[in-house]
Design a protein around this ligand. Structure first.
Ligand code: CDP
Ligand code: MG
Length: 846
């Protein structure tokens, strides 16, 4: 059955698929490769019965030295059975040849051809993401089906599809990407980069993933929840596809050698898959620890960067901090210290948007072109607040760029471009630069040693962002970024004692750190009955699974472990189950356009900014925003809809601003995050299309600008929010209860928490202080706050959250009432809500 050496056979015949395929009704694989219907004629020759041109004789390939005209053909050393031509530019090919992974192409392809599951481990930058999909393409894997590559981060999915397309001289119709809100996939797509979440949704619609010949799960070491689940699912899909005679390859790629969770897990793969270790051309990196560990790592990182820039030879600097605010703050300080000769640009709106209101006043912009002769330290440009950072004389200009995931994409791309002539590049980044993106020419890494993680309380679901030490593995990844182009240095802003004694070996997989409700429901919908028995690489703990199950029951998506019809309707939407339920219910209430808008807004993080993006705090600006938000909230039921009313209005107004081409300015002026609003637009569109496809009877009419809801609609929206978030109710702390009235003025009891929670000063309900509220999220900073608050009426609780209510027997009502009109009997009963037993007013039930 060994057929891979036969040049007429498509290379993705798995050697162990045997002859099963002959008996299968499906088209057997042992066909001559066919030309994909829409292939571009100038790049690919048709493959007919005659020996196709793409299939090279090995001998031809052993003469790499032939002086060939541009563009150059590659592939000197590999001798694959099938070989689809790719014509690459000379420059690109030169750069590729420097990657050691290229020398291993033949071996990699052999192992892939012979094994259904393969693990490829290699340092970041070794060429896994950009090269392996190309190897597979050339090996014929994209002739009939697509090559899927998943990334945990959207940024990476987009950037990598672009890069691979460029390297292969293929356009985005063929090397495409798909992320939650957008994509450029076409019927000609051969290589499809996508986020892992998107592939998981695809499994739901087609469990066998039959459109793919290979699935590459990239960055598996990051242990994102979706990648983990996909590994579990694919461990079952691969044998199923083999049974069908239509084998699927699974390639798991990791930047670390911590792969025991995949190889040593008998439930996952009975025989451990082969592991290919890819060398990287990693130069030695000298690691320097600080003698002592300073809490103020922000100042430390500034000092270190200044030292490197003024004292050490050329080479880019990459600084790792924990979050966007820190990044912006350091960028600003460094730019002030090492100003480029200012050359005001006329159209400087973008720079302003990023810099925030403070920089807006000073009309100084860093021009991308710097004439070194012109360069003189510009003392006068020092602004008021930067007095202590005096520009230095003896350093070249520093080209300082921020990098974090919320940064608009075109700004993120700046870091890949070479700095202006004569400048040293300095990128200040969160941990997005740790593995998925490679910034060229970095020689110095400054590592604060911390990262910001969102922690959830497994039971209460309270989330908080905490800055914690990273793991040893992450610290080493960060250090490695300095050794890509030559020997480098890594400056760790902490002591070796802290590193040795306090750092964990590896970070905890995400699946053990966050609520798994949506996964649980999706798995149930895939008929995985016992989620507990699912072959997770690392299983979430039992309590997490139980909590998820319970919450889904409260939502009405599950009963007795079985998915309900409502549950299936919910799972169809690409949003959290609680939001899915809101959509499913609104259908009946004719409120769909509003709910779609709300759900889209609730699914995107940080829409309403709490303070100007830029470092520092502008109180005037905040007061202005607060006033505006109160105005948007209106009165009556609108006001009771609270922060969610503000969201609705913000989205509507943003749509209007967008028609005037003023979205960015509008967001800037009104304290809205521009990127969030752009995302909301896309999600609204996607949800709308989904609803049109899934529930044509809903006859959804879309008016992007959306008139404010009527009073009745606002009331119904409050109920709909309750139906989705009924487990997140809070009750005002009574005056008689609070010893300290001032302290607890905005205090509430949440139904599942001991500690009091508070209405944030940004909430429009601070003036109203309703008795009962539903909130979107609880988060902890200096206090525990509720986010996204809407007032509800307690008598709604038994209707929308019956599972959490304890009602007395109807018999307790001595005088039941008979309603002639509908023939039903109504009783008044008493009851309580939640585990704390809040008593409900008299409730009328059927
Ligand atoms: O996936 P892995 O981390 O193993 O490496 P990769 O992302 O495939 O990158 C391989 C090499 O391509 C890196 O060393 C980068 O220098 C280069 N590259 C580039 O020059 N420009 C890009 N946009 C992406 C990668
Ligand atoms: Mg990669």
């Amino acid at each position: 059955t060994e057929t891979i050496n036969d040049p007429n056979v498509v290379g993705f015949e798995s050697s162990d698929s045997g002859n099963d395929s002959d008996s299968e009704p499906e088209p057997p694989q042992k066909e001559k490769p066919e030309l994909p219907p829409k292939a571009e004629p100038e790049k690919k020759e048709p493959q007919n019965d005659t020996k196709p041109k793409e299939i090279k004789e090995p001998q031809n390939d052993t003469k790499p030295k032939d002086p060939e005209p541009k563009p150059v053909k590659k592939k000197p050393e590999a001798k694959p059975a099938v070989y689809v031509d790719v014509i690459r530019d000379e420059e690109i090919q030169k750069a590729r040849l420097k990657l050691p992974i290229l020398a291993e192409e033949q071996q990699i392809m052999e192992v892939i051809n012979e094994n259904p599951v393969v693990i490829i481990a290699g340092e970041t930058g070794s060429g896994k993401t950009t090269q392996v999909p190309q190897f597979l393409y050339e090996g014929g894997y994209a002739l009939k089906k697509q090559i899927a590559v998943t990334e945990p981060r959207r940024v990476a999915a987009i950037a990598m599809s672009k890069r691979v397309g460029e390297e292969m001289n293929l356009n985005s119709r063929e090397v495409s990407y798909l992320i939650r809100f957008e994509g450029n996939v076409t019927e000609d797509t051969k290589i499809k980069f996508m986020t892992d979440g998107v592939l998981l949704k695809e499994v739901q619609n087609d469990f066998l993933l039959s459109q793919y010949s290979v699935v590459i799960l990239d960055e598996a070491h990051e242990r994102s929840v979706y990648t983990d689940i996909l590994i579990g699912l694919l461990s079952r899909i691969v044998p199923l596809r083999k049974k069908r005679g239509d084998p699927l390859k699974l390639i798991i790629m990791s930047a670390t050698l911590r792969i025991e969770d995949f190889t040593m897990n008998q439930r996952l793969f009975k025989t451990p898959p082969p592991v290919l270790k890819v060398d990287s051309r990693q130069f030695p990196v000298t690691v320097h620890f600080n003698k002592r560990t300073d809490e103020d790592y922000l100042s430390e990182s500034f000092n270190k960067t200044v030292k490197i820039h003024t004292k050490l030879p050329d080479g880019g600097i990459l600084v790792f901090l924990t979050g966007q605010q820190e990044v912006n703050s350091l960028v600003k300080k460094l730019r002030a210290k090492f100003p480029l000769k200012a050359k005001p640009i006329k159209d400087d709106t973008e720079e302003e948007e990023e810099a925030g209101p403070k920089l807006r006043k000073q009309k100084k912009v860093y021009a991308p072109k710097v004439d070194l002769d012109d360069y003189k330290p510009d003392w006068s440009s020092d602004s008021e607040e930067e007095t202590e950072e005096r520009p230095v004389h003896n350093a070249a200009p520093l080209w300082v760029l921020p990098l974090y995931s919320m940064l608009p994409t075109h700004k993120q791309n700046e870091v890949f471009k070479p700095p202006p002539a004569g400048c040293r590049l300095c990128v200040v980044s969160t941990n997005v630069a740790e593995t998925s993106l490679t910034i060229p020419n970095v020689k110095y890494v400054v590592d604060c040693g911390r990262s910001k993680v969102k922690l959830y309380d497994k039971v209460t679901g309270v989330s908080s962002y905490v800055v914690t030490w990273t793991s040893k593995a992450s610290a080493d990844q960060r250090a490695g970024r300095a050794g890509r182009t030559g020997p480098g240095h890594c400056y760790r802003l902490y002591s070796s004692a802290v590193f040795n004694d306090t750092f964990q070996m590896f970070s905890i997989p995400e699946i053990q750190q966050k609520p798994v409700d949506d996964l649980y429901l999706q798995m149930k919908c895939m008929s995985i009955d016992k989620v507990v028995n699912f072959p997770f690489p690392t299983a979430p703990d039992l309590l997490q699974l139980k909590t998820a199950e319970r919450r889904l029951e409260v939502l009405g998506a599950l009963t007795k472990g079985q998915v309900t019809a409502l549950g299936r309707a919910i799972a169809k939407f690409p949003v959290l189950p609680r939001f899915g339920k809101m959509l499913a219910l609104s259908h009946q209430q004719d409120l769909l356009p509003y709910t779609v808008c709300l759900v889209a807004a609730l699914s995107v993080q940080e829409v309403l900014l709490e303070r100007p993006i830029n470092e520092g705090d502008d109180k005037g600006e905040r007061l202005k925003w607060a006033g505006l938000r109160r105005q948007w909230a209106g009165s009556g039921n609108s006001l009771l809809l609270g922060d969610n009313m503000v969201l609705l209005r913000a989205v509507g107004a943003a749509e209007y601003a967008n028609t005037q081409n003023k979205l960015e300015k509008f967001c800037f002026d009104n304290g809205l995050r521009h990127k969030a609003l752009v995302e909301i637009r896309k999600l609204r569109l996607q949800l709308t299309n989904e609803i049109k496809a899934n529930m044509p009877e809903a006859e959804l009419v879309v008016d992007p600008q959306l008139a404010p809801p009527t009073d009745l609609q606002a009331k119904l929206l409050r109920q709909i929010l309750l139906s989705g978030m009924g487990d997140q109710i809070a009750k005002k702390i009574g005056e008689e209860e609070a010893e300290d009235r001032v302290k607890f003025k905005y205090g509430y009891h949440a139904n599942n928490m001991e500690e009091p929670v508070f209405l944030h000063s940004g909430s429009v309900l601070r003036k109203t202080l309703p008795e009962f509220v539903v909130y979107q999220e609880i988060y902890e900073t200096n206090k525990i706050y509720m986010r996204g608050v809407t007032a509800i009426e307690p008598e709604w609780l038994p209707v929308y959250v019956p599972d959490l209510c304890n009602l007395s027997e109807p018999l307790s009502d001595p005088e039941p009432r008979y309603n002639r009109a509908n023939g039903k009997v109504y009783c008044t009963v008493t009851g309580t809500f939640g585990s704390q037993g809040w008593s409900l007013p008299n409730v009328e039930i059927e």
